[in-house]
Design a protein around this ligand. Structure first.
Ligand code: ATP
Ligand code: MG
Length: 460
C-alpha cells in the first residue's frame, strides 16, 4: 500500500531529518509547522511497527481542526480512527494518540502514560511546567526513537522556556545542549502556502509592529502584550542609575527603613524580598530569596518551616539586615488556617512577622507602573539591585491576560511580581508628574525599545 504525503519544503526537510531528543521548529506564523508535525508522525508510524506517538495541542477544537480532520483525510483507508479514544491505529499496531491540555488539571491525562514520541503543536501556548510534565511521558524500554518535537511562535505562556532552550540555548543543570536543536521556518519558507495564499503574507505584513515582528520575522525578543514594557535593565547605567531600573548594589545608609515582602508557594515557587526605602520614599530591592520547584520532587521545594528558617537566617546574618527592624508585608492568603496552622502561624513561630498585604491587583500593578516610570532625569521610584536575579528574569516575561485585559496572565511565573506588588501597595505613591512618554527621537540614551509607550499613554 502506498501513501503520498506530498513534498516537504527545505525547512521541513531539516525538521523531518532531525534526530535530536528535543526538536524545535517554526518561530513564526505559517511556516508549515502543523503539516511537518503531522507528516513526521505518520512517517514514524509507517517505519516502526508498534510505536506509540502522541500529538498534543492546547484545546480540543484546535486539535480537531488542525490535526484530526486532516489526519482522517490523509489516513483514510489506512489507519483507523477511534473517536472516544481519539486515536489512530495503523495496521502494524502503531498509534497516534491525539491529546489536548487546557490547564494543569488536564495534565492528569498524562499521568503514568508512556509514549515513544511526543509532538507538541504551538508549544508556547503551554507553561514550562506543562511542557515538562508532558515531555516526561516520553519514555519506554524499547528501541524506538524517543523524541519530543515542539512547534512554536513567539509569545504565550511558554515563551520564556522555549526561547531559553531553543533560541538562547541557555541550559540548566541536567539539560544536555547536544539534545536540543531548532530550525527556524518563516512563512516565506512555506512554498505551498506562498503559492496557494499570497494574501497570507500581506496579512502578516499589515499586523501591528509587535505582532508583525513576532509572527512575520520570528523575533523572540518582542512580546505581544509584555506587561512591564517599561522595565529596563541597562548595565551601562548601573553606576549612574539613570534610565535603568537595575543598579549596582551599594551599602545601605543606616537611617533607611527596611521592608520584607513575601508571597507563599510550595507546589509553586515562593518569593521573599527585602527592600530599603530612601528619604524620598524610593524603593530599592536589595535582596531576595526565591524558591523554584519546576517539576515536583526536583529542585528547591521548601516547606513553610524551612522557608521561614532560611528567611530568619538571612535577616540575622546579612550585613544589610543584621540588627535592623524589618517590617513585613505578605499575601493575605497566608492567614488562612484550613489545616489548623496557617502559614502565618509558622512564620510567627520563627519570629517572622507580617502585615496583611493589600491584594487589589489592578491598583497594585498601577503602583508598580508608577514606581517604574522615569522622571525627566531618568530616575525611577523603584530600583532593583543587580543581585536580584528572580525579579530581573521574571518581570520582563509577564504578559497581559487575554480576557482580563488590565491584569497580567496569572499562568505565568508571577510570584516575584505578586510579592513586589504587596510591597508597592504598602507604600502607595502618586504618579510622577515629570514622567512622560519617551519617544525614540527624544530618548536621551536611545533605549526606547523597552519603554516606547509611557503608562499614561497606555492607560489613557
Ligand atoms: N510541504 C507542504 N506541502 C503541501 N502543503 C503544505 C506543506 N507545508 C504546509 N502546507 C500547507 O500550508 C498551509 C500552512 O501550513 P501549516 O498549517 O502547517 O503552517 P503553520 O506554521 O502550522 O501555520 P500557523 O502558524 O497558522 O499554525 C496549510 O494549508 C498546509 O497544509
Ligand atoms: Mg499550525
Amino acid at each position: 500500500m502506498k501513501l503520498y504525503l506530498g513534498e516537504p519544503n527545505e525547512k521541513q526537510k531539516l525538521f523531518l531529518m532531525d534526530h535530536h531528543k528535543h526538536v524545535g521548529y517554526g518561530g513564526a506564523r505559517g511556516g508549515g509547522k502543523s503539516w511537518a508535525l503531522r507528516t513526521k508522525a505518520i512517517l514514524l508510524c509507517g517505519k516502526f511497527a508498534g510505536i506509540r506517538v502522541c500529538l498534543v495541542r492546547k484545546t480540543y477544537p484546535e486539535l480537531e481542526q488542525n490535526h484530526i480532520v486532516p489526519l482522517k483525510s490523509t489516513l483514510h483507508g489506512i489507519a483507523k480512527y477511534n473517536k472516544s479514544e481519539k486515536q489512530f491505529t495503523f495496521p502494524n499496531g502503531s498509534i497516534i494518540k491525539l491529546q489536548y491540555c487546557r490547564n494543569d488539571t488536564d495534565l492528569e491525562n498524562f499521568q503514568g502514560v508512556e509514549f515513544d514520541v511526543i509532538f507538541i503543536d504551538e508549544a508556547t501556548n503551554f507553561t514550562e511546567y506543562q511542557l515538562k510534565t508532558i515531555a516526561a511521558c516520553c519514555r519506554g524500554v524499547n528501541d524506538f526513537p524517543h523524541r519530543i518535537y515542539y512547534t512554536c511562535n513567539p509569545g504565550g505562556a511558554g515563551h520564556g522556556y522555549i526561547k531559553r532552550i531553543f533560541i538562547d540555548r541557555n541550559y540548566e543543570e541536567g539539560e544536555d545542549p547536544e539534545e536540543y536543536n531548532f530550525t527556524q521556518a518563516l512563512v516565506q519558507d512555506n512554498d505551498a502556502l506562498m503559492e496557494a495564499d499570497p494574501d497570507y503574507l500581506r496579512f502578516l505584513e499589515q499586523l501591528p509592529p509587535k505582532l508583525k515582528k513576532a509572527w512575520l520575522y520570528g523575533d523572540w525578543d518582542i512580546f505581544e502584550g509584555q506587561f512591564f514594557e517599561e522595565f529596563t535593565d541597562n548595565p551601562d547605567h548601573y553606576i549612574d542609575r539613570q534610565w535603568t531600573h537595575v543598579i549596582e548594589p551599594f551599602d545601605i545608609p543606616p537611617g533607611w527603613k527596611i521592608y520584607r515582602s513575601y508571597d507563599f508557594g510550595y507546589s509553586k515557587p515562593f518569593s521573599c524580598a527585602w527592600w530599603a526605602v530612601d528619604y524620598d520614599g524610593r524603593l530599592y530591592r536589595i535582596l531576595e530569596l526565591y524558591g523554584w520547584t519546576g517539576i515536583p520532587n526536583e529542585g528547591v521545594k521548601w516547606s513553610p518551616d524551612k522557608q521561614f528558617a532560611e528567611i530568619k537566617k538571612v535577616e540575622e546574618q546579612h550585613p544589610y539586615l543584621k540588627g535592623k527592624q524589618i517590617n513585613g508585608v505578605a499575601d493575605p492568603a497566608i492567614w488562612a488556617a484550613d489545616t489548623g496552622e496557617s502559614v502565618n502561624d509558622v512564620a510567627v513561630r520563627h519570629h517572622i512577622y507580617f502585615q496583611k498585604g493589600d491584594h487589589q491587583r489592578i491598583a497594585g500593578w498601577m503602583q508598580m507602573h508608577y514606581r517604574m516610570a522615569f522622571d525627566e532625569n531618568g530616575i525611577p521610584m523603584m530600583y532593583i539591585f543587580s543581585n536580584c536575579k528572580a525579579f530581573i528574569r521574571t518581570i520582563p516575561l509577564l504578559m497581559y491576560d487575554d480576557t482580563n485585559v488590565e491584569d497580567l496572565d496569572t499562568e505565568l511565573e508571577d510570584h516575584v511580581a505578586d510579592e513586589a506588588r504587596y510591597m508597592c501597595m504598602s507604600r502607595p505613591i502618586k504618579p510622577q508628574l515629570g514622567a512622560k512618554n519617551i519617544k525614540a527621537e527624544d530618548d536621551p540614551l536611545n533605549m526606547r525599545a523597552k519603554r516606547k509607550k509611557s503608562i499614561y499613554v497606555r492607560r489613557g
